[in-house]
Design a protein around this ligand. Structure first.
Ligand code: R5P
Length: 293
């Protein structure tokens, strides 16, 4: 599918402009109004071409999902016949099994809901841990799950010579291994146990950390507790410096301040999610994938 137009919301405008430029596409805005009772009204361009790309990351997931569920059928009603969702951050992907009886497997249900609305999806580092591909949960929708690991690795390699790329949990092995191999950097992962939203314990791997420049790499930072625990353990083990590179900087509440307070030097993220730490551009990655769809 080669889209003829990119539609985007105001809160993702810098990425929208970069992506539209990379694809040489016209860019138009979806206007939003929030009513006093919390409902949203959307206004799209009055006439749309047949093939439309819609940029909507799902950070702040519940309100953005509702906007998406209004915008997608509205785009079809206004002329779009093929709809590509570009969702750099795909929410609800971490709840990928029923950890206790009765728990909804949100990943499966949200992915199926999105698949019912769009023809194709491009996303970045969507936390596929217990499934190998989004195809398993998005029937009838062409999907591409990209990774920012190589871009993060290149950014780190240019700034931290001889860095040890450390994943704060075993699920991060895929990202530190890809980035480490591409850049010729050492990599390892910690072991993590989560007891609650903000109750996380991290055990360091059996590699010497004294005097090392450690860069913690992960797909998403939410409460920041995973990174805080890992960074504190690294510094206690004698690491010379600890920096952080993540794809999706959610950093809820004061998570970023707490991360800096525990002794972390630099925090870098991709601009998949708009954030003050976002320095690593993903538009080239997204554009290349969209061209190949
Ligand atoms: C889960 O395994 C993810 O890769 C992240 O490590 C996790 O979601 C981070 O969450 P938080 O920042 O709340 O510890």
């Amino acid at each position: 599918m080669s889209p003829e137009l990119l539609l985007a919301f105001d809160d993702e405008w810098p990425l929208a402009e970069a992506l539209a430029a990379a694809l040489a596409l016209p860019l138009q805005r979806i206007e939003r109004h929030r009513f006093p009772d919390g409902e949203s009204k959307l206004k799209l361009p009055a006439a749309l071409p047949a093939r439309v790309a819609l940029l909507r990351g799902l950070q702040d997931p519940n309100s953005k999902l509702v906007e998406l569920l209004i915008a997608a059928p509205a785009a079809r009603a206004l002329g779009a016949q093929e709809l590509l969702l570009v969702s750099p951050y795909l929410a609800y992907m971490r709840q990928d099994m029923a950890f206790t009886p009765g728990e909804a497997v949100s990943q499966r249900h949200i992915a199926a809901l999105l698949a019912s609305q769009v023809d194709a999806l491009v996303t970045i580092d969507p936390h596929l841990h217990r499934i190998a591909s989004l195809d398993e949960v998005m029937p009838g929708c062409r999907s591409r799950a990209l990774t920012a690991a190589f871009a993060l690795g290149a950014w780190v390699a240019a700034r931290v010579p001889q860095a040890l790329l450390l994943g704060p949990d075993e699920e991060a092995l895929q990202w530190v291994a890809q980035a480490g191999q591409a850049q010729g950097l050492d990599h390892a992962v910690c072991r993590k146990q989560r007891f609650g939203d903000r109750d996380v314990r991290v055990a360091l791997p059996a590699v010497p950390l004294a005097g090392r420049a450690v860069v913690l790499m992960d797909d998403v930072a939410s409460t920041g507790r995973t990174l805080i625990e890992a960074a504190s353990a690294c510094l206690a083990a004698g690491a010379a410096t600890v920096d952080v590179a993540v794809t999706h900087a959610l950093f809820i509440g004061d998570a970023l301040a707490q991360l800096r307070a525990c002794g972390v030097r630099e925090v870098w993220s991709s601009d998949a999610v708009p954030h003050s730490t976002a320095v690593i551009p993903v538009a080239p990655l997204l554009a290349e994938a969209i061209r190949q769809l």
